[in-house]
Design a protein. Structure first.
Length: 277
């Protein structure tokens, strides 16, 4: 992988991690065009750019992250204003609890079925079909008009978490699935994008840890035989910078309810993926 290829793929990851168009699917499509198919190149690079997009989330949503951590260990004000939440927790603790609940489905899938999913559901055919499914899901949010709730409840968090677990398939957008599911069950647009981006931080870091351990078990020399640290850094830098812009942009898009345009794009991308498969 060259520096130019790493920068372009980093831009693809930074954009598509937040836009509801599937980062994993687009990385596979872009890698196909660059003829980069070797796992010893793809795996460490994928880990690096995913960690970079997590860092961009922390930068853009730093106020929310600080708010959660400041209140997480504060037991002086136990009354919560969250409807459908545990009343002896404060708002910050309930928010953290909701994130924890949302992690349960993806945690089960990641620990028990990760290797099977990666081997059984790979290739551009799967990406194309899943992109079309993503387009359908996003289109539903344009026509559905559920009654809007004030807060994201624990049940909502679990349902959104299940959507995130299903979105482990390449081509199913993680942000698209979680945001669309939240909108369909009536969660507030203003709170949903923020929650959707924060809830994916622990699973992404967890997946990166599992993949890193897998790399270590295979030996560092074999893992980094086809990719240099400079190329990895170039990909991470471009993913981080573009991710910061995409994260802020996507929050505003969700507030305005303009996901229908991404549905059209996913449909087109899915058709292209099936055509070149």
């Amino acid at each position: 992988m060259s520096y130019i290829e790493a920068i372009i793929l980093g831009i693809v990851q930074g954009l598509t991690e937040y836009l509801p168009v599937s980062s994993s699917g687009h990385l596979l499509i872009a890698s196909h065009f660059f003829d980069i198919t070797d796992e010893t190149t793809i795996m460490p690079f994928t880990i690096a750019v995913h960690v970079a997009t997590v860092l961009s989330t922390l930068v853009i949503l730093y106020k929310e992250v600080i708010w959660i951590f400041k209140g997480l260990f504060d037991f002086s004000s136990p009354r919560s204003t969250y409807k459908g939440s545990v009343k002896f927790f404060n708002d910050e603790q309930n928010y953290a609890l909701n994130i924890l609940i949302s992690m349960i489905p993806i945690g089960i899938v990641g620990l028990c079925f990760k290797d099977y999913i990666e081997s059984a559901f790979s290739g551009l055919n799967v990406v194309g079909i899943c992109l079309i499914i993503t387009a359908t899901l996003l289109a539903f949010t344009f026509f559905a008009k559920p009654r809007v709730k004030e807060q994201i409840s624990m049940l909502d968090s679990l349902i959104i978490g299940i959507a995130q677990a299903v979105a482990c398939l390449p081509g199913l957008s993680r942000s698209g699935a979680t945001i669309a599911t939240g909108l369909l069950i009536g969660d507030s647009k203003e709170k949903l994008a923020q929650f959707s981006f924060l809830m994916v931080i622990p699973p992404i870091l967890g997946e990166a840890l599992l993949d890193t351990l897998k790399i270590i078990s295979q030996g560092w020399e074999a893992a980094f035989a086809n990719i240099s640290s400079g190329v990895l850094f170039a990909g991470m830098a471009s993913a981080f910078l573009v991710g910061c812009l995409a994260c802020r942009f996507m929050i505003e898009i969700v507030k305005r309810g303009k996901l229908i345009w991404f549905a059209a794009y996913c449909l087109l991308a899915g058709i292209v993926a099936l055509a070149i498969a």
